[in-house]
Design a protein around this ligand. Structure first.
Ligand code: NAD
Length: 435
């Protein structure tokens, strides 16, 4: 009962590796990181161009009937960057800033993340250009069901498995799963991950990205001789990733002195009461206005005098412009792509340790993989089982990346990307080119 796609667009090939234009956005950043890893690995130009180009991408329009009876038209994308190691995997983003190049970059990073953590997936990403806060829950459900219908032939437990990202959550996944299942005539739990636990979700999935960020952050701090109880941290973004990261850092004894969201930032040098802050955000929808903290400009959070900085919001926030003023000694990327290559170089010269996104925030896809395995086997694991397996994967990857970086005198990002790219390139070579 699989529908047939009537319109797809062939992905534009990546420019030749030698065409080194100035990086200008997430896709340029992702391709520049790939180029650096390809150089370390001595990859051929042909292999590098193939890895820089998505395997498949689709752009769809999503007509929406608004609650007031008027009609809106939204644009959505799904990009499948690679399938060499298994079905594609990656989140669905609802944001007014979504564009095709951003989705392409995020899909490529998913491929490297899955390979680095050795989960048997390729990479994908999707997005709808929409400000979810401007739409009712009923409207968001209609958007989700129509978007799912439009990409239906591309997704499936053995094809491409979406998950939540910015602006989406477990409800979005429940609607996607239901739409897919209704169209297939039976319930297919493995088509998405990040579902509600009552509907085939995994225990521990909702907090998994934040848990992984904090597991790796504590290991990174330790590598710099910093004990949690003598460490301060600032967290940018107070959504699914940033909020959990702040909570787990505080539980580990780290003094979380500043947090931000898209509306502003709050700082309290003696440490924020994260429980009270969460209650404030639940009540008001923003960190702004939190009692007992001073308000600062959102951008200023990145330059505070803290030991640990966790950017957990959006891409491209640490740039050549502000990187010279970043004082944190350790930066752990909860977000995807928060640091541009120019900022990376500046931070490295200043002696800061940057733990890259494809390692630091991989906890989400690791537990998504656990959720998919559990759904496919119809057998559920306990929370301690999930969390122990997650920690083992995260710390194993941290140790492997660190050793690879140290032995070759590379940054953690180049080491992590090279390790991942090598696994994907090996899968390509073993499968061969068809025909
Ligand atoms: P979310 O929508 O739950 O939260 C995003 C948060 O960032 C919100 O608090 C929002 O107000 C804030 N924000 C947006 N723009 C900002 C800005 N300019 N400055 C400060 N704050 C800003 O999204 P999320 O799921 O927490 O995702 C955050 C990042 O983590 C994204 O880069 C996403 O791709 C990445 N990520 C998410 C997961 C996951 O499991 N959700 C997994 C891996 C990586």
């Amino acid at each position: 009962m699989t529908a047939t796609l009537t319109e797809t667009s062939a992905p534009a090939p990546a420019p030749a590796p030698s065409a080194a234009a100035a990086p200008a956005g997430p896709l340029d950043d992702a391709r520049s990181q790939l180029a650096e890893a390809a150089q370390v690995l001595g990859l051929s130009d042909g292999m590098q161009r193939m890895l820089a180009t998505p395997r498949r991408e689709v752009t769809v329009s999503i007509p929406l009937r608004r609650d007031d009876g008027s009609q809106d038209l939204l644009i959505g994308h799904r990009v499948q960057h690679n399938f060499s190691r298994g079905p594609a995997k990656g989140g669905i983003r609802y944001s007014p800033h979504v564009d095709l190049d951003e989705v392409r970059a995020l899909a490529m990073w998913m491929t490297w993340k899955c390979a680095l953590l050795d989960v048997p997936y390729g990479g994908a990403k999707g997005g709808v250009r929409i400000d979810p806060r401007a739409y009712s829950t009923a409207e968001l459900e209609r958007v989700t069901r129509r978007f799912t219908s439009e990409i239906l032939p591309l997704i499936g437990p053995e094809r491409d498995i979406p998950a939540p990202d910015i602006g989406t959550d477990e409800n979005t996944m429940a609607w996607m799963m239901d739409t897919y299942s209704v169209n297939h005539g039976h319930t297919v739990l493995g088509v998405v991950t990040g579902k509600p636990v009552a509907l085939g979700g995994s225990l521990g999935r909702a907090s998994s990205t934040s848990r992984g960020v904090v597991d790796v952050a504590l290991a990174a701090l330790e590598s710099r001789g910093l004990a949690p109880d003598s460490t301060t941290a600032a967290v940018q973004g107070f959504g699914k990733v940033g909020r959990g990261a702040a909570r787990f850092l505080a539980e580990a004894g780290v003094r979380v002195t500043a947090v931000s969201d898209q509306y502003g930032a709050v700082v309290g040098t003696s440490g924020l009461d994260v429980d009270a802050l969460e209650a404030h955000v639940d009540a008001t929808g923003t960190v702004v206005g939190f009692d007992g903290a001073d308000e600062i400009d959102g951008a200023a959070l990145l330059e505070l005098d803290v030991d640990l900085l966790v950017p957990a919001a959006v891409e491209g926030v640490l740039t050549a412009e502000n990187a010279p003023r970043v004082r944190a000694r350790v930066v752990v990327e909860g977000a995807n792509g928060p640091t541009t290559p120019e900022a990376d170089a500046i931070l490295a010269d200043a002696g800061a340790l940057v733990v890259p996104d494809i390692l630091a925030n991989a906890g989400g896809v690791v537990v998504s993989y656990f959720e998919w395995v559990q759904a496919n086997q119809a057998y559920w694991w306990t929370l301690p089982e999930v969390e122990a397996r997650l920690r083992e994967r995260m710390l194993g990857a941290w140790t492997a990346v660190r050793e690879y970086a140290t032995s070759r005198d590379l940054s953690l990002r180049t080491a992590a990307t090279a390790m991942a790219v090598e696994r994907v390139a090996t899968a390509h070579r073993l499968r061969g080119l068809y025909p």
